[in-house]
Ligand binder design. Sequence first.
Ligand code: 5AD
Ligand code: SF4
Length: 426
Amino acid sequence: MNVYDSERMSEALGEDGYEETLNPSEADMILLNTCHIREKAAEKVYSELGRFKDLKTVKPSLKIGVTGCVAQAEGDEIIKRQPLVDLIVGPQSYHNIADLAANAVDGKKQVDIAFPEEDKFSVLKGKRSAQRGPSAFLTVQEGCDKFCAFCVVPYTRGAENSRPVIRIIDEAKQLVQSGVKEITLLGQNVNAYHGDGPDGNEWSLAKLIWELEKIDGLDRIRFTTSHPNDMTPDLIEAHGQCKKLMPYLHLPVQSGSNKILKRMNRSHDAESYVSLISKIRDARPDILISGDFIVGFPEETENDFNDTMSLIKEIEYGQAFSFKYSTRPGTPAAERDQVPEEVKTARLHQLQDLIKQQQKSIQDKMVGREVQVLFERTGRFDNQLVGKSEYLHAVNVTDPTISVGELKQVKIMKSNANSLSGSLSN
Ligand code: 5AD
Ligand code: SF4
């Protein structure tokens, strides 16, 4: 979502005369868009900020801003710790950035971390464009009301909020007109989407997907990230029936231990997750399942961890993200008995080894199959293009007849460490 937000900020600032540069020494303003989900990400902000000190010495008019969830969570504490920062803007205030930047002169620091009533997207300026390739993100929902005991999202992104259907459709059409072929719908809790529909009713994510499917020129739809409890029957059915909805589902479970899931306040158990995945696979047998795991959550015993390993064996993941539990100030789990760091590290390695095996075995099974690839960029070698299959595997093809932005049928010939290689099917 930070990638999407950064694009929107850049497009909006473009309307106010700013131009994007990838060279910091050329910049009049540098915005660091930040993540607060784990301590490591949050700490990185300060080391990054330190790197801008010399630039500001050379050019004192340079404005430095911190946006995103670290800005939201830490507010003007950031300026106390790093006085070179001029503006602090939380995720719900991006539409104010140009004004805040204009006021950030003569050492006047600007801080906006309000949760305004108005929907920032309805006031954010700028046209959506496909400068960044044929695959684009589109935020449909933000925030979360689930309050998992480890997570800062409900505090930093705020309460769950869905954008109206009509705005999403308009934005999707703008993207498609500028050449986008694949849209990934975003939300911290995307499958809890319940936006106002044009018919006056609340629409579910599945209904929104069916509406997007009608857009000519849009070939692929994806969504992330989902919560198991919001995997409604209409969404499962869409996975079976909607041709443009790709066979890939990121459905975090976090742990396989019912004791831990309860303490995480996940409000689902391991068995319900397993049976949910089996229903989804009944609807779409080839779907690739991805997940998120946290190891070393407070009070996690070896038995609890083994339950997670058993669940992984049962599901067989094609992809997964796994993390050591990171204490986040202000969340309920931060106050509990912590698992020693070395235990967390050992468990993470064990879990990642298992996931890697599963990932590799699923990827290897693609050899000999025909997949549809959306080519996103040129590769390292002459005439090589890199794209994504329906299952989100990276696929390399060397062929001078292909261009970025094209969708082609590809026969997979080889499975590499982190990608597949193939050639165009006849
Ligand atoms: N520690 C470790 N991982 C976390 N996540 C969220 N909060 C924490 C935390 N405090 C992980 C979860 C979530 C993903 C986005 O980040 O697995 O699904
Ligand atoms: Fe965080 Fe996801 Fe839980 Fe919401 S559902 S609190 S975003 S982990």
